[in-house]
Design a binder for this molecule. Sequence first.
Ligand SMILES: NC(=O)c1ccc[n+]([C@@H]2O[C@H](COP(=O)([O-])OP(=O)(O)OC[C@H]3O[C@@H](n4cnc5c(N)ncnc54)[C@H](OP(=O)(O)O)[C@@H]3O)[C@@H](O)[C@H]2O)c1
Length: 326
Amino acid sequence: MTIRIGLLGYGTVGKGVIEIIHSHQERIQALLGEPVEVTGVLVQHLKKKREIPSSILVTSDFDRLLLQDIDIVLEAIVGEEPSFTYCKKAIEQGKHVVTANKEMYAIHGKELKELASKHSVSVGYESTTVAGTPVIRTLQQLLQVNQVEKVEGILNGTSNFILTKMRQDGTSFEQSLKEAQQKGYAEADPTNDIKGYDAFYKLMNISELLYGKQPNWDDVYVEGIDRVDPTQILEASFMDKKIKHVATIEWKDGDVRASIQPISLTEHHPLYSIDGVQNGVVIHTDLAGPLTLSGPGAGASSTASGMIEDFITIFQQSYNNVHQFQ
Ligand SMILES: NC(=O)c1ccc[n+]([C@@H]2O[C@H](COP(=O)([O-])OP(=O)(O)OC[C@H]3O[C@@H](n4cnc5c(N)ncnc54)[C@H](OP(=O)(O)O)[C@@H]3O)[C@@H](O)[C@H]2O)c1
């Protein structure tokens, strides 16, 4: 039997998913014992020119995609809706879901997980948070025994690139942002990155996983990097410090506390050396001590990799009759 995938979105991430399924088919088959194919792709603009094999249905009608007898939906479209409605519908019809959509998942992740549990399917969301760098999986495994006291992260590569550029080249925020856009690291509308919202959604996904809840969104201090000026960076450098955009979540005084803001770090901090577009996460645990993971937090290959790893785990678990990521 073939495992059939319905793919939502054929942008940066969607294309990456199809490429990996093609380039790693042999490896995937060896792991799952069955061939895997994408049978349908959902897009918004049907008239766009795309190089998708004619054997794959390309549609803008989600119900038509579901009729394809698919086993799993890999979701890589943008924004809360219609992503949430589609994921919900897929789960209600007994399909597993893997998503890369941090915004949708920060808002509806809990509901989707509960629904998935009711329908005996799984939801994977590794790529919502630091793309394919396995932060979610690491936290899920650490949760077995270790108590995670705090997580600190550089969760947005665009912000990190801009701050690194300002420090290394003495350029202004505006110049550094322009370079990030020219290199394809920042969107034409970079608001979500530079105002801290992108990091905020990722942090909320970590919070939900770690503590089973999120802080009240209005109580989270969120400051982007758009007000950091070169003088602050220079002053930090004189004291051998670096200004980094750090998202922090911890359990304190019986509740979850979170903040996202530019902070100056000394060289002793594990995030000090995370420069450029790299992301980094420090997980403070009671038994294993502080653990640092670093890697790409975006990009076609890394993000699609996280989704495929989720996909593999879901099928391995379902063969073993173990349901549900946390
Ligand atoms: N890019 C990254 O590095 C990265 C990293 C981590 C997570 N993510 C997440 O992954 C998701 C996809 O990102 P991306 O960079 O691949 O975006 P993208 O390049 O803008 O592609 C989005 C795709 O979704 C389709 N789409 C958008 N709205 C739709 C709708 N209402 N109905 C059907 N299809 C729709 C678009 O269709 P058309 O092609 O017809 O326009 C396009 O194919 C986002 O949620 C993002 O936050 C991305």
